[in-house]
Design a protein around this ligand. Structure first.
Ligand code: ACO
Length: 335
């Protein structure tokens, strides 16, 4: 059977840096609170008129990934696009990318698994490559959060943590056993769907109905998050799914060369690091600079870790995510 390996990665973040102090001018928050609770110092936001969108940023990251992989756009067999903030309600960003990049009529698939979207995408790509159906899969995670956040004090518990950006990977067929994606594990628990959600606008919650049914202080066309509940579930599920991945491969925490957790909150990453007693050089965090970029967070972090020489040939790399759905998952990769 074939295996799949990551042949190239790319990332793109908008130039516009938004600091905690910038947000303090818009809402009742402050740098000390944000840094203490989340670790975030700044994030990037699309600026009106800069030409960026979820799909556009995805293309920018994808072009770098393809170039580094040495694979032409004509060789792509499948596009997978993970996002919770698509440019359109329909169609998805996958087909937009296909058009913008001039890619032939290969299939394009959008994944709606929020912070776990990139891990779900790796798993889908891996299944298609393993069976021999496809050789090269372009996987993108991209988010334009800033376009849909509440920048008044009412939204401060959610708005301060999110940032915009995109990451991409080219997964390609390998015949080298024991290399590449060793395993993926995916989970979800729909009973907690509304604990971290955006109810509308949607077919169930169109804008006139939303306005009619809701007082001004509770507007469901901004994201809602039960922060502490999400946090408590995240630390448990992160740990479980990392161990599940390691055990499947006969590994333990000492075999991890680099853990790249979804960048939800620095406190979550630090909790996992402490629990598994991993040294600082074995956990990659960049939430301080980008905030939580949801489906883009793992590919941006993994790309940077690779660019900085912190992920090397032969390393055991573990990716793990938890987020809205709830959904969570892990991928164990021999680089
Ligand atoms: N600035 C100042 N004060 C604030 C802010 C802010 N930005 N936000 C909230 N507060 C206040 C609250 O009003 C509250 O005040 P009160 O005690 O007077 O009522 C106090 O700070 C504490 O609020 P909490 O919500 O309890 O703060 P918490 O320590 O839980 O931190 C946070 C909030 C950072 C959101 C945290 O709960 C968290 O990170 N949760 C998990 C996030 C996560 O993992 N998400 C999953 C991925 S995202 C996805 O899938 C889309």
């Amino acid at each position: 059977m074939y295996t799949s390996r990551i042949a190239g990665m790319g990332k793109y973040v908008p130039e516009n840096v938004v600091t905690n102090d910038d947000l303090s001018k818009l809402m009742d928050t402050n740098d000390a609170w944000i840094q203490e609770r989340t670790g975030i110092k700044e994030r990037r936001h699309i600026k009106k008129g800069d030409g960026n969108s979820t799909a556009v940023m995805g293309v920018k990251a994808a072009e770098i990934a393809l170039d580094r992989a040495g694979i032409s756009k004509d060789e792509i067999d499948l596009i997978i696009f993970a996002t919770l903030s698509p440019d359109y309600y329909f169609p998805g960003c996958g087909v937009q990318v296909q058009d913008m990049m001039g890619i032939h009529t290969c299939p394009a698939l959008d994944i709606r698994n929020q912070c776990s979207g990139f891990i779900y995408g790796i798993s889908v790509a891996d299944q298609f490559i393993k069976t021999g159906m496809y050789k090269n899969v372009l996987l993108i995670g991209s988010e334009n959060h800033s376009g849909g956040l509440d920048f008044s004090t009412r939204g401060r518990g959610v708005t301060v943590i999110f940032g915009d950006g995109a990451g991409a990977a080219v997964l390609t067929r390998s015949e080298q056993e024991g290399h590449g994606v060793l395993s993926t594990h995916l989970h979800s628990e729909g009973k907690h769907a509304l604990e971290l959600s955006l109810k509308g606008p949607s077919t169930n919650h169109w804008v006139p109905q939303i306005i009619e049914e809701n007082p001004q202080e509770d507007i469901p066309y901004y994201p809602y998050m039960n922060g502490q509940f999400v946090f408590k579930n995240a630390v448990v599920r992160f740990s479980e799914v990392i161990m599940e991945g390691l055990k499947t491969n006969g590994l333990d925490v000492n075999d991890i060369d680099m853990l790249v957790p979804h960048q939800a909150n620095l406190r979550i990453s630090q909790f996992i690091q402490k629990k598994f007693q991993l040294s600082d050089d074995k956990v990659y965090n960049n939430i301080q600079r980008y905030g939580n970029t949801t489906a883009a967070s793992i590919p941006i972090a993994l790309c940077e870790a690779w660019e900085e020489g912190k992920v090397k040939e032969g390393d055991t790399v573990v990716l793990a995510a938890f987020g809205s759905g709830f959904t969570w998952g892990s991928a164990v990769i021999k680089w």
